[in-house]
Design a protein around this ligand. Sequence first.
Ligand SMILES: Nc1nc2c(c(=O)[nH]1)N[C@H]1C(S)=C(S)[C@@H](COP(=O)(O)OP(=O)(O)OC[C@H]3O[C@@H](n4cnc5c(=O)[nH]c(N)nc54)[C@H](O)[C@@H]3O)O[C@H]1N2
Ligand SMILES: Nc1nc2c(c(=O)[nH]1)N[C@H]1C(S)=C(S)[C@@H](COP(=O)(O)OP(=O)(O)OC[C@H]3O[C@@H](n4cnc5c(=O)[nH]c(N)nc54)[C@H](O)[C@@H]3O)O[C@H]1N2
Ligand code: SF4
Ligand SMILES: [Mo]
Length: 740
Amino acid sequence: MIEKEPYLARATCHMCFHQCAVIVHVENGRVVKVEPDANRPFHPTRECLRKVAWLDFHNHPKRLNYPLRRKGERGEGKWEQISWGEVIDEIASKVGDIKNSYGTESIAIMGGTAHGLCDYSAWRWGNIFGTPNMFYQGKNCGEAELLAEVATYGWHTSQTVRPGITKCAIIWGQNPAESFQGMGWKPMIQAKEKGVKVIVVDPRFTKTAEEADLWLQLRPGTDGALALGMIHYIIENGLYEQEFVNKWCKGFEEIKEFVRDYTPDKVQDITWVNKDTIIEAARLYATEKPGIITRGVALCQIGRSAKSAVQAKAILRAITGNIAIEGGSVLVDPYPNIALCETLCWSKQLENVLEKRDNVSAEDFPIASLKGYSAYREAMKGVHPEGYQAAIYMICPSSYNIWKAILEGKPYPIKGLIIQGGNPLITLGNASTIYKALKSEELELLVCMDFFMTPSAMLADYVLPAADWLERPNLNFFWGLSPLCSTGEQSIEPLYERHNDYQFWRDLGERLGQGEYWPDTVEGFYDLFLEPTGMSFKEYVSQEKNWQIVESTYEKYKESGFATFSGKVELVPSIFKKMGYDPLPTYEEPARSPMSKTKLFKEYPLILITGSRVRNYFHSMYREEERLRKTYPNPKLQIHPQTANDLGIKDGDAVYIETPEGRVKQVAQLDEGLDHRVVHADAFWWFPEEPGTDPCLFGVWESNINAITPDDATFHSYAGDNPFRALLCKVYKAKEFAAP
Ligand SMILES: Nc1nc2c(c(=O)[nH]1)N[C@H]1C(S)=C(S)[C@@H](COP(=O)(O)OP(=O)(O)OC[C@H]3O[C@@H](n4cnc5c(=O)[nH]c(N)nc54)[C@H](O)[C@@H]3O)O[C@H]1N2
Ligand SMILES: Nc1nc2c(c(=O)[nH]1)N[C@H]1C(S)=C(S)[C@@H](COP(=O)(O)OP(=O)(O)OC[C@H]3O[C@@H](n4cnc5c(=O)[nH]c(N)nc54)[C@H](O)[C@@H]3O)O[C@H]1N2
Ligand code: SF4
Ligand SMILES: [Mo]
């Protein structure tokens, strides 16, 4: 940061997780203007709509500015302002009491998606304190895919095409034209100009699908069957890469036998995709090489049918020889200049906790537990002797088990929950269970640190005001999932009594006797991460390019082998067997589908998918930003015109969406790009303009689709991700949709 005023700061925007390079103009200690920094890579694109809220968000009158302590009952909305010193003392004392009575594992921490600083500081605190119950939304963001990729290859794969080199791209369960406009979509458009063949697998005709050469409109949740059908065709027709398979893949004969039944006819019946289209997709991907297959958040959220889908995708890449080659699915190492495991005290966590209790979902979803992580570590040690940097997602408990541990004390009680950068009532399944857990007397401590009072924060005992991206320095390396690192300067000192997320954990840690682990400032914390570079954060951030990218390397397995038990690509992963799972990609119907629940289907005759990203928002954020809100004022239920007509629904009508869990209201949008048997509901809706007090909680029960999504261990993916898609519902007309 330049000291003199007025000045310019080279910051990175954090209004979503893309961290675009921006220049911030500061006068008299206040931000007066933010603009794209065209001199650095990854600057804001025209398509990003959230930019209009840059200043409004920072200055919004509803921002939390002081620490608050609850006065009345949870949810009553009675607060008193207290000092940071008092609030840290009180939280530390309660955390200490819970630790003494129940053990460190009884404190859970909960974050959201990659919000940056708060993730890293929370994980460091959790590891030092010794709790394996660190939930974050990576769980629903792709964990089921990542765990399958790592089980198969010992690495996860890259997501981007190389324009001019990649010949075929399957965009599977992803809509990057809305969700990755800069990083993922821009190279895709460039690649299109150079002739890449694009195949999109999505039940909706999305903006991404508009660019496709081939669109596979499948029945939601049947991705596993589709991928198995493609493997079947590729093997039967000798289109696989024999040399690579013979030399580097284990389990090929077993897979060949296993997919014998997945004929194009059978797969057409299951998936609703015409068999010629399935064959065309398989043929294109196997012959137009190199090719990539993206991960897609959808596949992690189709519940128990996720496993076959993610495993079969991993197999498809390998048998076609499309991994670890230029233009194909590259095996990714994290950005190498970051001491991720060390700084997060990861080894301490393993020592600490393995001898004590595993996370609360270890029994239901053992693959994502400390035991699971130890098994992965063992498998990988030949290639990653220091452990795998991108480790955190491997131990994340399922949220289902957190609520159960609070409400039923099983497998052991969770008594304290610290939420930072999360809004579970809106972004996790079955809000009524979450509501019960957050209001339960069994939960002795609930803390929420955020920018705004959210429905979840309303139920907290303490609400803490977070400093935003303009008020803190930023260092981000995408949880270790990409070979990228971005840095941005702090633009101004935090306004009012907003504190950065690090400061909270540091102060809490210090009060609990962890002083030696916590540098005084965020910059000191970042210095620890950056130790391998030999640079301090201050030096690092002032480099000309403060977006660092490490070039990909190819075929590195030829030197080290694959990071699996056998050193080969394991088409039938031994780690799955070891953890008690079916190691084959056996297709399972979604827990609620027309086939698996024929009786229920009679009452709920439409397939429901939820939560597809829109350019306007970042999940549950920014509903209070007036200018942005005008661009997308209300939640939409997309429905085929024919279905709508049958139900007497017109475009713009208010409609109820009902599942066995209850009903919510959204606004109908007629959409011919959907199959008439499928509807899509927006997720993430709450209404900051409504009363925050319980039971309204800013309209949490009105349009929030997660008020009516199920949460049951038997529905979840093998890794414990929430089932948000491939559900059943009915839709009918409502009287009106109250305008905000
Ligand atoms: N039905 C359905 N539900 C879904 C999904 C779906 O597709 N359908 N998708 C799932 C997925 S993939 C994800 S990632 C999640 C998203 O879930 P979340 O990450 O929980 O959602 P956000 O709205 O991004 O953030 C939650 C809160 O964090 C606060 N916040 C943001 N940044 C910071 C920060 O730096 N510090 C602090 N202290 N607070 C911060 C925001 O103000 C907001 O209130 O939703 C999941 N839920
Ligand atoms: N603007 C914006 N960008 C974001 C975010 C945001 O909130 N706003 N969130 C970020 C986060 S945390 C994430 S995880 C990513 C997610 O980004 P994406 O992976 O692109 O996820 P979605 O848009 O939720 O879903 C992608 C597609 O899955 C389709 N789909 C639904 N059910 C199925 C199914 O059963 N099978 C298949 N094959 N497809 C299905 C939907 O129709 C949708 O078009 O976006 C990130 N980028
Ligand atoms: S909101 Fe996201 S895409 Fe838009 S400028 Fe900020 S970081 Fe970039
Ligand atoms: Mo996500």
